[in-house]
Design a protein around this ligand. Structure first.
Ligand SMILES: Cc1cc2nc3c(=O)[nH]c(=O)nc-3n(C[C@H](O)[C@H](O)[C@H](O)COP(=O)(O)OP(=O)(O)OC[C@H]3O[C@@H](n4cnc5c(N)ncnc54)[C@H](O)[C@@H]3O)c2cc1C
Length: 247
């Protein structure tokens, strides 16, 4: 069992993990992306003391090297669920399960359902995890809408299951997509369907799909850790910064 598991490898998570190591705690840091999708596009950072003009990716790399050098175990892993137990937490990742006495959530600003139709059709064709739900769409047409390069892996995985996979990236870069995945562009306007998702409407076209997979930087904390008290979209803490769940 780890003494501390930090979820999220952005500046907050790396800093928390580093400081826990200063207190000699055994720390696992699980992060979905090697470089935070917020830091990646930051060309020049002018307000970080001591490093004027540093780029986001360079700063992220320096944070990461520092944390690894003091003994933080860093794994590329998406955490799907955190369940409080008798003496700590059971943490379910996409690749593995973990136990930890304490957990720090440093998953960045929560991403809410933001596409018209998304909240209504969640679980009815709208999914957030290809590994979890991909098989429901065997031999069907699907679309992956992704804010992160990690979506390319989700699309490649789905290409082995689904009849057709459209890939709509919401980030710039080079896209590594296998044959069978069609790259499309445009701004997503809405998701349509009565009982089930039927189509995705973008600024450029309409796509008839049975499933849409949304790849975003993070799940809202209360979805990751059921029972976690929230206040105004933020984790509720007391004057000692403790949440309603001990640990
Ligand atoms: C273009 C741009 C420029 C910016 N420039 C500046 C600047 O000049 N100065 C400045 O102070 N700030 C700047 N910012 C803001 C800064 O990047 C953010 O404030 C900072 O990254 C927030 O850090 P964080 O650790 O809280 O969250 P994030 O950086 O969002 O990191 C959270 C990490 O957690 C991971 N994660 C989420 N959910 C899970 C999960 N379930 N399992 C595993 N991992 C998960 C995410 O993948 C992500 O890597 C900029 C942001 C952008 C987009």
């Amino acid at each position: 069992m780890y003494e501390l598991l930090v979820v999220g490898g952005g500046p907050a998570g790396l800093s928390a993990a580093l400081n826990a190591r200063r207190r000699d705690k055994g720390v696992l840091l699980a992060t979905k992306e090697t470089i935070s999708s917020k830091l990646r596009p930051a060309g020049r950072i002018e307000n970080y003391p001591g490093l004027p003009g540093v780029s986001g990716p360079e700063l992220a790399e320096r944070f990461r090297e520092h944390a690894a050098a003091v003994g933080v175990e860093i794994r590329q892993e998406e955490i799907l669920s955190i369940q409080p137990g008798e003496s700590g937490f059971f943490v379910i990742g996409k690749n593995e399960g973990y136990e930890a006495a304490a957990v720090i959530l440093a998953t960045g600003a929560p991403q809410k359902a933001s596409i018209p139709g998304e909240a209504r059709l969640a679980g009815r064709g709208v999914s957030y995890c290809a590994t979890c739900d991909g098989m429901f769409f065997r031999d069907k047409d699907v679309m992956v809408i992704s804010q992160l390069p990690a979506g390319e892996e989700e699309a490649a995985f789905l290409a082995g299951i689904c009849r057709k996979v459209y890939y709509l990236p919401e980030y710039k870069g080079e896209y590594r997509l296998p044959p069978g995945v069609e790259l499309v562009s445009g701004k997503v306007l809405r998701l349509e369907g009565d009982e089930q998702l039927e189509r995705v409407v973008t600024s450029e076209s309409e796509y008839r799909v049975a499933g849409v997979f949304l790849e975003r930087a993070g799940l809202p904390p209360e979805q990751l850790c059921p029972g976690l008290a929230m206040a105004d979209d933020a984790i509720q803490v007391d004057r000692r910064m403790a949440t309603n769940i001990p640990g």
